[in-house]
Design a protein around this ligand. Structure first.
Ligand SMILES: Nc1ncnc2c1ncn2[C@@H]1O[C@H](COP(=O)(O)OP(=O)(O)OP(=O)(O)O)[C@@H](O)[C@H]1O
Ligand SMILES: [Mg+2]
Length: 652
């Protein structure tokens, strides 16, 4: 219930024929010295109507300000000062001046009938007023509150917490968040880190479990989310005011593909103290065939190649398969598959029969072989031929856990594959309700690169569009960040229910998307200090400015200074390190003796098998695995797949 208090008014609504008060906007004047400014929230109390209690109450946010005096023309001032600016100060009478403000209506009480703002007294909004003005009373209080603290509204000496509604931030009513602003000053990455921490602490129990999947796409940005970062007293006070505990994420799981050598990890979190909890992300043939679309070029609209890839994954993979020329194949790896391809080509050539093999044209087969070899060479380290894969824990996602997938140094084709597979897997499990959590926030930074408004269609962009348009019913929520909102795909930003803006570039503010903002708000956005954001949320009818504290985690840049990444280890050492990670009792020399003179392929395969089985005695298992597949010294190295030119002109 809105209370009628009698504090001192700071201003008064004025309306003239040229500047009338309307149901959505009003003007008011204040003393020349006042605490309010652009973005301040004010309350207008209309006059009492007879004995029917308090009159209409209106909340508004200041969007513009004007100052002027009773001068008819600037010339009068010049004449008064005899043309000398120094004398203007000595003029015997002080001119009357006005501070006139324009405010946009946030909320009216009563809401119906909707009427122009009454010509009443204007007050600075209190804590409770801010809650009412932003309609937060509906979801912050009550039996099942869904408020997520996002920052402090700070104006006129007042600090009031601002909450987002979890139902509108994380679904099902609305979902997704987008943040934009210039590099380095807009605090985009920091704001998302802070908000994730806030969500983990305040996600309402009745909505179940939640996790986050963050793609690290830039340097060391998200590599130290589990390490505490420095905070000052002002930050701590803000955390307290928001009802949050400043602490780094308690549960973070890191995944990174390997480098081309198949043993060193392709991430900046390789300091010896930290690398232990980075899991290698390794996919084999089966995982790659699942995402056949990624294999085919963006301009390949090729149902035949698609059908052939489907045939491979349905009929050939992991099955005993007869090639039709008397050979039998059990395809488990890229090398096995290449053996099958060669058998087919040889068979067709020898028999001289035709260009068709089981309804597939030889050109289609060549094309698919070419693409597969392309992916296994370009994404070496992510895509492996060495046996078992190591994937994210699909079906075993844990509550309030951040899964960081580091793709910062991965080839664009590999990034396509990682995004495609991760997002599709999330969807699949969320649809079946067996992911382990009910909601997942997917954070993708640098949307200007991954979901640009123009440019070629990429798989990453398709995936991001898919989450934005269909994710919210599933609990799949996209948090995206970019420098130039106007250059991100319209449907990706358009579907974001909640939008944040940090310091903006003037050129960007001149683009059509920002026409709804007043010139004063634009100036404020262009000069916004670090740590302050403009916020739009479905419950707020106008944008609101909030301040948020620094995230309580170690910044990527500081992280690499404190934990400098170690240089790539030689093959032997890297193998030792991975095994010691699985079993601390293992001595380096034991491993080195075992792998001396073994082929790296065999060693990697054995390592992958140990990783997958996670035995009690890792060394014994490793020894056994090495024994299984060790080839005699004379074994020929696998023939490299010769790259072929894409045969895109052919109609196959
Ligand atoms: N609430 C805050 N208060 C004060 N400083 C902050 C706050 N949040 C972040 N910072 C500082 O602002 C700087 C920029 O932050 P951040 O890296 O998040 O920006 P960004 O917008 O993601 O930049 P880029 O576009 O380069 O990725 C960092 O040095 C960070 O420590
Ligand atoms: Mg950033």
């Amino acid at each position: 219930m809105i209370q009628h208090r009698e504090p001192t008014p700071i201003g008064r609504v004025v309306a003239t024929e040229l500047k009338p008060a309307t149901p959505h906007q009003f003007h008011f004047w204040t003393a020349n010295e006042t605490t309010i400014g652009i973005g301040a929230i004010v309350k207008v109390a209309g006059p009492r109507v007879g004995d029917q209690g308090p009159g209409r109450i209106v909340f508004g946010v200041v969007t513009d300000g004007f100052a002027y005096s009773d001068l008819a023309t600037p010339l009068h001032d010049v004449v008064g000062a005899e043309g000398d600016p120094a004398k203007a100060a000595e003029s015997p009478t002080v001119r009357q001046e006005i501070r006139l403000w324009t405010a946009a209506v946030l909320r009216q009480h009563p809401e119906e009938p909707l009427q122009p703002v009454p010509l009443g007294a204007v007050y600075v909004a209190s804590d409770a007023d801010v809650a009412q003005a932003l309609r937060m009373d509906a979801y912050v209080a009550g039996a099942q509150p869904t408020g997520i603290p996002v920052g402090l509204y700070t104006a006129a000496g007042l600090e009031a917490p601002v909450y987002l509604d979890a139902d509108f931030l994380l679904g099902p009513e609305a979902a997704h968040l987008n943040i934009s602003g210039v590099s380095g000053l807009a605090t985009k990455t920091s704001a998302v880190e802070f908000l994730l921490a806030s969500i983990f602490q305040h996600f309402p129990a009745h909505k179940g479990r939640i996790a986050a999947l963050c793609f690290n796409v830039k340097g060391p940005d998200l590599c130290f989310l589990d390490r505490p970062g420095p905070l000052d007293d002002a930050d701590r006070r803000r955390y307290e005011r928001l009802g949050l505990t400043p602490q780094p994420f308690a549960r973070v799981r890191y995944y990174a593909p390997c480098k081309a050598d198949g043993v060193n990890l392709n991430t900046l979190r390789t300091h010896p103290d930290l690398v232990g909890d980075v899991e290698p992300l390794v996919w084999g043939l089966a995982e790659v065939l699942d995402f056949a679309e990624v294999l085919l070029n963006r301009d390949d609209i090729d149902a035949k190649a698609d059908a052939f890839i489907d045939f491979l994954s349905d009929r050939v993979l992991n099955k005993e398969f007869d090639d039709g020329f008397g050979g039998s194949h059990r395809v488990q790896s890229f090398a096995d598959l290449d053996g099958l391809f060669r058998a087919i080509f040889d068979g067709l050539e020898l028999s001289g029969r035709s260009d068709m093999w089981r309804t597939h044209h030889i050109a289609t087969i060549r094309k698919v072989r070419n693409r597969l070899s392309n992916i296994s060479t370009r994404c070496k380290g992510l895509v492996t031929d060495d046996g078992p894969s190591n994937d994210l824990p699909w079906g075993r996602f844990e509550d309030r856990t951040v899964y960081v997938v580091d793709v910062a140094n991965v080839d664009p084709l590999g990034q396509d594959l990682v995004f495609a597979r991760a997002v599709s897997k999330l969807r699949e499990h969320l649809e079946r309700r067996d992911l382990g959590v009910e909601a997942v926030v997917v954070f993708v930074d640098e949307l200007n690169k991954y979901a640009p408004g123009d440019g070629p269609e990429t798989y990453v962009r398709k995936m991001l569009l898919d989450i934005s348009e269909r994710g919210r019913y599933l609990g799949l929520v996209l948090f995206g960040a970019e420098q130039f909102r106007s250059q991100v795909h319209r449907r990706v930003v358009g579907n974001a229910g909640t939008t944040l803006f940090g310091r903006m570039d003037a050129d960007e503010l001149a683009t059509p998307g920002y026409h709804v903002l007043s010139p004063a708000i634009k100036i404020k956005l262009a000069t916004l200090p670090i740590g302050e954001l403009m916020l739009r949320h479905p419950h707020f009818t106008q944008p609101i400015f909030v301040r948020f504290p620094r995230p309580a985690v170690l910044r990527g840049r500081d992280g690499v200074e404190r934990f400098p990444p170690s240089a790539d280890l030689p093959f032997e050492e890297a193998v030792v390190r991975q095994l010691v990670r699985l079993d601390r009792r293992i001595r380096p020399n034991q491993v080195k003796d075992l792998i001396a003179e073994r082929r790296p392929d065999d060693v990697r395969r054995a390592l992958a098998a140990v990783r997958r089985t996670r035995p009690d005695d890792a060394l014994a298992c490793f020894r056994r695995m090495l024994g299984v597949r060790v080839a005699p010294a004379a074994a020929p190295a696998r023939e490299a797949v010769p790259p072929l030119n894409p045969i895109s002109e052919e109609p196959y």
